[in-house]
Design a protein around this ligand. Structure first.
Ligand code: TRP
Length: 364
């Protein structure tokens, strides 16, 4: 059996969308089903979500259950994966506090993801909340408290994993080998790292209103696919179309398989054939959108059905999270007692220390 410990999480600031799905969720379900790991954790990073939503607790609270439903409907199985809520594990705060002594302000300022996020949120100068500024440190605690080896995540999480790795090295150098260096597991298909919104804008984001949610109904999905950005210069069918920046083709890159063509558009064997026809001219956007709609429905329909089932038993969903959190907390508590021992702050369980001090003072 593999020694891998897989861990990843999401901030509950909105429902999960198909960008999350191709970027990470789909891979998590595959990993879960391959079963090649010692333990797998997927968690809801509510404390991290609060770092820049402190005045909006209701939003975070509502989205905890939305994200849990998204996990279960995407196919995560609580029998195989430990699902938990970050804020309910106080050991994570404790570890964060010790890690804070190992990271400089300038190192945090150089974290490219934090840099962009600070700009995006428009925090001026030094008005950034300290908790937001330091969330990469807390994220390092999320990872190391479980001795995670493998983090399935998108490109934007790379700086976080690098920072966590540095902290682990620093810790182990000072206190002896205790923590484990994590590795990021990126999506294999580059287009899956950053799926654009339906308007062709850089990234799917709730505030831009350009997301396709896993929980969208068939009707909502159809409306969104029909409204998708394609090639503005492709006005007549016979004109050659462009693939670059054409959101329909970007999504097809992320979702379509050869089997999908057999099922939904047997005139073409694969996506390359469809692309060739499109760029040559004579293929309309409508046909491509219809294909995409069929493919997305095929992926989302089983999720809609699972979601409908779980929605009938919300107390059971909270119970899954409660049990998962309890399991996860036991693991984190074990790591923290190793950490305290390594850092020599385990006073009350260190009999040698007490004897040593007694002897020292007796000799005075
Ligand atoms: N930062 C991640 C996000 O924005 C969420 C997250 C928190 C996370 N802690 C983590 C992801 C640890 C992987 C590992 O989605």
């Amino acid at each position: 059996m593999s020694e891998k410990i897989i861990l990843t999480g999401d901030r509950p600031t909105g429902r999960l969308h198909i960008g999350h799905y191709v970027g990470s969720l789909r891979r998590r379900v595959e990993l879960q089903n391959e079963g090649d790991f010692k333990k797998m954790f997927v968690f809801i990073a509510d404390a991290q979500a609060l770092t820049d939503n402190i005045d909006n607790p209701e939003k975070v609270r509502q989205n905890v259950i939305e994200v849990a439903l998204d996990y279960l409907s995407a196919g995560l199985d609580p029998e195989k994966v430990t699902l938990f809520i970050q804020s309910q594990i106080p050991e994570l705060c404790e570890l964060t506090f010790y890690f804070m002594d190992m990271v400089s302000v300038s190192r945090l300022q150089r974290n490219p993801t934090v840099k962009t996020e600070i700009q995006m949120r428009g925090f001026a100068g030094e008005s950034i909340p300290v908790g937001f500024f330091t969330y990469p440190i807390s994220q390092a605690a999320d990872i190391t408290a479980f001795k995670a080896t493998t983090i399935p995540a998108g490109e934007d999480q790379k700086p976080m994993i690098e920072q966590a790795t540095e902290i682990v090295r620093r810790f182990n150098n000072i206190y002896g080998p205790t923590l484990v260096e994590p590795q990021i597991m990126l999506p294999s298909n580059a287009v899956c790292c950053r799926l654009p919104g339906i308007d062709g804008k850089a990234k799917m984001s709730k505030s831009l209103g350009n997301c396709i949610y896993l929980s969208d109904t068939a009707k909502e999905l159809k409306k969104k696919v029909n409204a998708m950005f394609t090639d503005p210069e492709h006005i007549h069918i016979e004109q050659p179309g462009h693939l670059e920046g054409n959101t329909v083709f970007t999504y097809l890159d992320a979702f379509a398989t050869d089997e999908d063509f057999g099922l939904f558009l047997p005139e073409y064997a694969c996506l390359d054939e469809l692309k060739a026809h499109y760029t040559k001219g004579g293929l309309g956007d409508g046909t491509c959108k219809k294909l995409l709609l069929n493919i997305l429905n095929a992926r989302l329909e089983p999720m809609r059905q699972r979601r409908a089932e779980w929605q009938k038993d919300i107390p059971a969903v909270y119970e899954i999270l409660r049990k998962g959190t309890e399991d996860a907390r036991n693991v984190a508590a074990e790591t923290l007692s190793e950490v305290r021992r390594a850092m020599k702050i385990n006073y009350f369980e260190d009999a040698d220390l007490i004897a040593e001090q007694a002897k020292r003072f007796a000799a005075l």
